[in-house]
Design a binder for this molecule. Sequence first.
Ligand SMILES: C[S@@+](CC[C@H](N)C(=O)[O-])C[C@H]1O[C@@H](n2cnc3c(N)ncnc32)[C@H](O)[C@@H]1O
Length: 400
Amino acid sequence: MSDPLQLRVGAPAHGGHCVARDPDGRVVFVRHALPGELVRVRIIDDAGSFRRADAVEVLEPSPDRVAPPCPHAGPGRCGGCDWQHASGSAQRAMKAAVIREQLARLAGLDVPVTVEELPGGLLGWRTRIQYAIGRDGTVGLRRHRSHEVEPIDACPLGVAPVSEPPLVRPGLTGIEVACGDDREPALLGHSPGVGRQARGRRPPDRVELLAGPPRLRHTVAGRTFEVDAAGFWQVHPHAASTFAATLLELLGVRPGERVLDLYSGAGLFTALLAEAVGPSGEVVGVEASRAAVADATANLADLPQARTIRARVTPAVIDDADVVVLDPPRSGAGREIMAAILARSPRAIGYVACDPAALARDVHVAVDAGWRLAQLRAFDAFPMTHHVECVALLLPGVDQ
Ligand SMILES: C[S@@+](CC[C@H](N)C(=O)[O-])C[C@H]1O[C@@H](n2cnc3c(N)ncnc32)[C@H](O)[C@@H]1O
């Protein structure tokens, strides 16, 4: 777009980039750079009040810089990873800084944050990858903020059966490979969905099983869950067990309690909470996806104290409970849902969040209503990317 500009790079910002200022004082979000570095950048997008750029030359490298292990990483290349050029400890420190900054800016809280490592290292952890297919039949992964496809022969983030793109069939716009604990791959074809979405967005893809098992098995805390091959399950092999154990530890759920599990998926937390409340308690999951509710109902068959309601989470489905758990999609729960939960005065809320900004906005609603963020754990369940998962405990009243 213009000649390379030399910039001193500042703190990491939410989204996988660092903040710098151009000579006019305008914010530039720089990818492929690290805090403290002096870099030459290429502007890739001008949004008026801020610009986006790629670091194309590093003049003064950070001690945290490493050679990206993936040959497809770099300016203008695959958009799947953000931090291939940073050491693991630097990645976790940047994610912690971003969570802390989001909680300060959006919830008015000053919270020390540590991002914990999951076992297995930075590569070979994804159990699901959706490959894109370009108009010319190229198979790969999308470039950053682009519909262009970076041709990929293998993605080093994937576990063995999903790390290589499968052979493409005509008519597909994407192809997804996923596996459960036994690593047997399911192959899912994506084609354009029909209908129209609000605000001009594309309708969700039509997804069909092309080969492999229709249901994937995952074992957590000694229980086996069966999940539709196209359904939601945490992609890091250690994520589901870590988040569930953390949630249970933070909440200290007691026998006989009533728990609401909102956005409950295939019943992961519902089942483990049901074991904790025992036969005298009750756990009600609320989930919008028909397939996930069918999976949850089967997964909970041996737990009469647990059930899943098929519904969108709205204030109308939130009734009295001792404990409320929520694990919403990236957009978070939102003010209306948070207010409805708080109005029921549970003794504790457990919040599992894949977006720290959404978490901070929802925590702000709770803090405004006299609640406090009593504990926060954060996990690097998505190494090499900017994504990070938080598990938070909200309690009524101010700290004693
Ligand atoms: C992040 S997943 C969590 C699933 C589950 N807790 C787990 O860990 O496996 C979010 C779930 O919320 C569901 N969902 C998304 N929007 C919803 C809504 N408005 N109402 C109810 N469920 C929703 C999705 O279908 C998905 O299963």
